[in-house]
Design a protein around this ligand. Structure first.
Ligand code: HEM
Ligand code: HEM
Length: 277
């Protein structure tokens, strides 16, 4: 039986290890990537660069594990090991959740395939739906001449640097004493060797029923009955606000309850989306 302390170390350290693998593999991939021709270069990396297929798989799987362990790590500290942190630390650390979702989403865009292009259009329409400010915000995320340039900049530099910073400010020690980091790295390497990426279709191919990344399914379903602004901006903001507001309150139990209910409803929406598509 694993003790509480061990589970805590396992979740936190695996989350960190996966983030580091993701940043390292992404950095190597980028030497061969060109955001002017994203689809062509990702295909080139997969089929022509030596071990390119492996690096892409490693980047993909480490990122998926990073997000899963980040969610588990966040829940663990929220429900089993909650202690108040300073306003600044908590703000930066909780911001790493939406930042990770954004880096995953922009990674999806950077593939430049049919799904990536649709994700870019969804991002554009969602930002445009922000009342009054939409058209002023767009230039901060999408450059009309080079549409993949800004997602590339956020994905490869700005957000990873922020994630490293947010991790650094809440860690007590950098190197772990346990073997969890080693175990999780070996497991991730094995998964990357044996499990391929999902097939991608050229951006000019005919549209088919497109599913976004799994963490986006709930929002995709919400788009069916809410406006893009409510589903794509307000809903994620409420999640983040609930998480962030915890240490500001004397009694965090009611907010924790509302947060749990929101997560539960989001999971139901995601399951419903999968059933109906
Ligand atoms: C970039 C994402 C993150 C990484 C890589 C990361 C990594 C880690 C690691 C390795 C530890 C030490 C092991 C442990 O105590 O669990 C830790 C501690 C902790 N993490 Fe994170 N974490 C991240 C995001 C978050 C988020 C979003 C929260 C919000 C709930 C959070 C809350 C905590 C807390 C409360 C501790 C204990 C700190 C202490 O003992 O003072 N972390 N984190
Ligand atoms: C924690 C940080 C990161 C996460 C979570 C992440 C996540 C992702 C994801 C999910 C994809 C889509 C993969 C696919 O579906 O095939 C992707 C693609 C990509 N990422 Fe990252 N990434 C991170 C950091 C980086 C960094 C630091 C770089 C470069 C310096 C980078 C470069 C790329 C490139 C060029 C692509 C498109 C090519 C491809 O799909 O293989 N990433 N990323």
């Amino acid at each position: 039986m694993l003790k509480k302390e061990e589970i805590r170390a396992f979740l936190g350290e695996t989350c960190l290890a996966m983030m580091v693998i993701s940043v390292l593999s992404g950095t190597i991939i980028t030497f061969h990537y060109d955001y002017h021709m994203p689809y062509k270069t990702t295909q080139f990396i997969t089929y022509a660069v030596p071990f390119g297929w492996f690096l892409r798989r490693l980047h993909y799987w480490s990122s998926e594990f990073f997000l899963i362990f980040l969610i588990l790590h966040t829940f663990w500290h929220l429900y089993f090991d909650y202690k108040k942190h300073s306003f600044f630390t908590w703000l930066i650390v909780t911001l790493s959740v939406p930042a990770t979702l954004f880096v995953m989403f922009t990674g999806f865009i950077l593939k430049g395939d049919l799904e990536g292009l649709s994700a870019l259009l969804i991002m554009k329409n969602t930002l445009l739906s922000i009342p009054f400010f939409g058209s002023y915000i767009i230039p901060f995320f999408i450059n009309t001449q080079d549409k993949y340039y800004l997602p590339f900049l956020y994905h490869c530099f700005i957000i990873p640097l922020f994630l490293l910073f947010s991790t650094f400010i809440h860690l007590k020690r950098i190197f772990s004493k346990s073997l969890y980091t080693l175990y999780s790295c070996v497991l991730c390497l094995l998964v990357a060797i044996f499990f391929p990426l999902f097939p991608s279709f050229p951006p000019f191919s005919t549209a088919q029923a497109l599913k976004g990344p799994w963490f986006f399914w709930g929002i995709q379903e919400a788009y069916e009955f809410l406006s893009p602004f409510m589903a794509g901006i307000v809903m994620p903001f409420v999640f983040f606000f609930l998480l962030f507001s915890l240490p500001l309150l004397k009694d965090e139990k009611p907010i924790r309850f509302i947060f749990s209910v929101s997560v539960f409803v989001y999971c139901l929406l995601s399951i419903y989306f999968i059933i109906v598509t």
